[in-house]
Write a protein that binds this ligand. Structure first.
Ligand code: GLU
Length: 313
């Protein structure tokens, strides 16, 4: 093992004992470089505070699921030494809980049945509700939507600071259960983050606007919201997110150290040549010590500029 790398092997981290973070991939594809960055960022954010890092598989959308993706995501995380704490939670095992929570919101007068199409909903102006709100429609062929009175327009992000949304960018309606009877992401994610005691949600900036809906749900459940931290999104070219949908290639586990170094470079750590001679575990130990939110480039960056970091040190 190389000895030139100067870092305290495991710095003594004083734990407040209370940080609980998570990585919550949907198995709609295998792990690509963008999801590795999010996984690594959330892992380092938790481990640098001696916190727990949980893994939740968000498998509530079977039509979008890719066979074998849950397992391949977990194997890929393990290959990169990103070991999670506790049992993996699968959202597909939690439908009773989601129904119970919808029932609770219904009893609070906070749901309604809606048959609008996506196009009808997007034509609504900020603060405007669709006609279904007052129609008392039956549940058949209807989505169950959240009836909110005032949606937040801003929130505080641990990396980005105050995030403000102009009115025209805020969709006014969101579903708890879709017309096709599948549970909606907004509901499941909040129910689980509450239930798992998540203290900070650290994820990709593509979910910034979802935070507004989620804050409305925390309020409806009368629970304090966690902190939110959104990492820059890896893009293939400006404005085009690297995603499972645009066929981003699966992270290759033959060279996990290079992948880790590239992801750390993306997250703003100052890489040194010596890192290249280290094991994955040592690279992670070093990164836990070096982790600094202030160094993370807050803006979305182009993968082509950043992915080759391991080659350039
Ligand atoms: N399941 C979501 C995804 O894979 C992430 C959810 C979240 O982190 O809140 O994009």
């Amino acid at each position: 093992m190389a000895t030139a790398l100067k870092y305290p092997h495991m710095k003594t981290i004083t734990s407040s004992g209370s940080y609980v973070g998570r990585f919550a991939p949907s198995p709609s594809g295998h792990l690509h470089f963008g999801s590795l960055v999010t996984a690594l960022g959330s892992f380092l954010q938790a481990k640098s505070q001696a916190g727990q890092w949980l893994l939740r598989i968000e498998d509530i959308d079977p039509p979008r699921e890719v066979t074998g993706a849950s397992d391949s995501i977990m194997r890929c995380l393990e290959a990169h030494h990103l070991f999670w704490d506790d049992e993996v939670v699968y959202q597909s095992n939690r439908y009773d809980l989601y129904n119970e929570k919808i029932q609770y919101l219904t009893e609070q007068g906070l749901t309604y049945h809606c048959r609008c199409t996506r196009a009808q909903l997007t034509s609504l102006k900020f603060g405007q509700s669709c006609a279904c709100v007052n129609q008392n429609l039956s549940v058949e062929n209807s989505a169950i939507r959240f009836r909110h009175h005032n949606i937040h327009q801003h929130f505080y992000d641990e990396l980005l600071g105050q995030v403000d949304f102009p009115e025209h960018e805020i969709p006014t309606q969101f579903a708890l259960k879709r017309k096709d009877t599948l549970f909606a992401y907004q509901l499941a994610v909040v129910v689980d983050d509450i239930q798992q005691g998540i203290t900070e949600v650290a994820r990709g900036a593509d979910l910034l606007d979802a935070t507004l809906f989620q804050l409305a749900l925390y309020q409806a459940f009368n629970r304090p919201a966690p902190k939110f931290l959104h990492f820059p999104v890896v893009v293939t070219e400006p404005g085009k997110k690297l995603s499972k949908q645009n066929h981003a290639c699966e992270v290759n586990t033959n060279d996990v150290c290079t992948n880790l170094i590239n992801a750390l470079g993306f997250l703003g750590l100052s890489l040194t040549k010596e890192l290249k001679r280290e094991s994955a575990q040592n690279i992670l130990n070093w990164a836990i010590c070096e982790w600094d939110l202030n160094k993370i480039p807050a803006k979305t960056e182009c993968i082509d500029n950043r992915i080759g970091q391991a080659d350039s040190i």
